[in-house]
Design a binder for this molecule. Structure first.
Ligand SMILES: [Zn+2]
Length: 541
């Protein structure tokens, strides 16, 4: 931001200008909106063009703003009006980060809509009528009600104050991605797109009538962030929610219209399972909370989609584990797939923990089978996998892996002699997919041995549906401790050899089984000795 105008100012004129801008902005930084103290921030203040001169912003005080200089340096757009909006979005995201999630439309509405209201309306055969008394608009508005030719759903178009909009987190569990920043910029430049969001309302039942937005979240959020107070919406009236949910899932999976990451797909699958269970109960005249039917019953009942039913059930199990409130490993999983902050990708979790320990055979026992004794096979499977993940998390990741250091080019840094802390390096290396895949197989053996020693038959395909003998948990922990103490994890010379680049599963299988790589390079002193490794270790930490 070179400014001829600013360069020509005397120190005194500059100080007067600063004072004037400061007053005009009520004492706040133009970008972050927080206080600027002219004395305390004396040496860390910037004056910049609001509209950059490259976009024909004038080079005079009418187009100047005062900012913290760090805000100006870190700004995400050269146009300060856009930079300010993006900063606000980032702030909303940080606000919900404590809940281990990123912001969605609901959070944007909370921050920008002055109130949150139900939508009282009447539907006739061809019209809908509503009123907006909560915002002082008491006149009755009547609009045409249309029928969607293909689905047969009724819908109407309306432009509604944002106070009447709600985020549908069940139908659309995604967070707002950073691509919203591009939309903000685009809309700011006054280039319109298909702005209409999709919503639904149900006028039956006891639920308060709410307009819930389930599609078009990013565009809606961008408009609201830019200060729009009313949004155009296509609203389905009393739609078959199951159809909408399925349509939305298909859009995110098969059609790839929206980028759902895998763990979000699992969430949707588990919502679909809940819906099928509800339908099953209605069809069979069961009580609303009945669980006296089995996974196999569901699959038989919904014949036309028996493959999907199996998928929904497995999605529900995976989702229950991933989002389990006690799961300590979930903070070390990269859900987006491309990030470089966390050591385990979600896809690695599926290919290791879930593929080894979740049984994909549908159960013939009822959903509530032996639940009261704590012996329900699925519940045991879920709880014991969480337990297993927690032991791994505690021994290898928690307080050891540092997200601030992350995973980007670690081996490269090690080979250049950069000081990556040992616990971080151990966690990083042990988390590589082809490596964890192999050592988790040993843990499965530890579990098998425990069952066999206790005289309980071991089911290879459903290893965790029966309660593990107590000593098995100690053995698993001892194994994890022995494993992480192996010298190879901190051997910095191996950064360019065994740890350089991506290897396949067999490469590491051979290292663990024979102590050396397929081409004879010594990595361990000897093969892994399972019996020795499950003994309590000296010098435990
Ligand atoms: Zn600032």
């Amino acid at each position: 931001m070179s400014s001829l105008y600013l360069n020509r100012l005397s120190a005194e004129d500059r100080s007067n200008l600063l004072q004037e801008l400061h007053t005009r902005q009520s004492g706040n930084c133009f970008i972050c909106g927080k206080t600027i103290d002219l004395q305390l921030h004396k040496n860390s203040i910037d004056i910049d063009h609001v509209i950059p001169t490259t976009l024909n912003g004038p080079d005079n005080p009418s187009n100047f703003a005062v900012t913290h200089d760090s805000c100006n340096r870190g700004k995400q757009d050269s146009d300060l009006r856009v930079a300010r909006i993006i900063a606000r979005f980032d702030e909303i995201n940080e606000g919900v980060a404590t809940e281990s999630r990123a912001a969605n439309l609901g959070d944007i509405l909370k921050a920008y809509a002055n109130g949150s209201y139900n939508f009282a309306m009447k539907a006739e055969e061809k019209t809908v009528t509503f009123s907006l008394p909560e915002v002082g608009r008491n006149d009755l508005v009547t609009l045409p009600l249309y029928v969607d030719a293909l689905s047969g759903f009724h819908f109407f178009f309306a432009q509604l104050p944002i106070q009447y909009l709600h985020h549908d987190g069940k139908m659309n569990p995604r967070a707002i991605g950073s691509n919203v920043k591009k939309l903000i910029k685009e809309f700011h430049l006054k280039r319109p797109q298909l702005h209409v969001a999709l919503g639904w309302i149900t006028l039956q039942g006891n639920d308060a009538p709410k307009v819930r937005i389930f599609d078009g979240q990013h565009k809606a959020a961008a408009q609201i962030l830019l200060g729009t107070k009313e949004l155009p919406v296509r609203i389905f009236v009393n739609p078959d929610l199951d159809v909408l949910l399925t349509a939305n899932t298909i859009a995110g999976t098969t059609l790839r219209q929206v980028a759902f990451d895998k763990s979000v797909q699992r969430n949707l699958g588990s919502a679909l399972l809940a819906d099928r269970m509800q339908r099953y109960r209605t069809d069979c005249g069961l009580a609303e909370d009945s669980e006296s039917f089995s996974e196999q019953d569901l699959q038989r009942h919904f014949k036309g989609e028996s493959r999907e039913m199996k998928k929904y059930i497995l999605d529900w199990i995976r989702s229950s584990i991933t989002h389990h409130k006690d799961n300590k490993l979930r903070d070390f999983i990269e859900y987006g797939g491309r990030g470089s902050e966390f050591p385990l990708s979600y896809s690695t979790i599926e290919k290791t923990f879930y593929s080894f320990f979740i049984s994909s055979d549908l159960l013939s026992t009822r959903f509530n089978h032996r639940a009261e004794e704590g012996l329900n096979p699925r519940q045991l499977e879920i709880d014991q996998i969480v337990n297993l993940m927690n032991i791994i998390a505690e021994e290898i990741f928690v307080g050891k892996f540092e997200p601030a250091i992350g995973t980007s080019r670690i081996e490269n840094k090690v080979s250049k002699g950069e000081d990556i802390p040992e616990p971080h390096l151990i966690a990083y290396r042990m988390a590589k997919e082809e490596i964890i895949y192999n050592w988790l197989r040993y843990i499965k053996q530890v579990i098998q041995m425990a069952f066999v020693n206790a005289g309980t038959p071991f089911d290879e395909n459903a290893p965790l549906q029966k309660p593990l003998p107590t000593n098995a948990w100690n053995n698993i922990r001892n194994f994890a401790i022995s494993l992480k103490q192996l010298p190879l994890w901190v051997n910095r010379d191996m950064a360019t050899s065994v740890f350089g680049g991506k290897r396949n599963n067999d490469f590491w299988k051979q290292i663990f089984e024979e102590g050396q790589t397929p081409d004879g390079q010594k990595v361990l002193g000897q093969r892994l000795d399972l019996i020795k490794m499950i003994q309590p270790q000296d010098g435990q930490n």
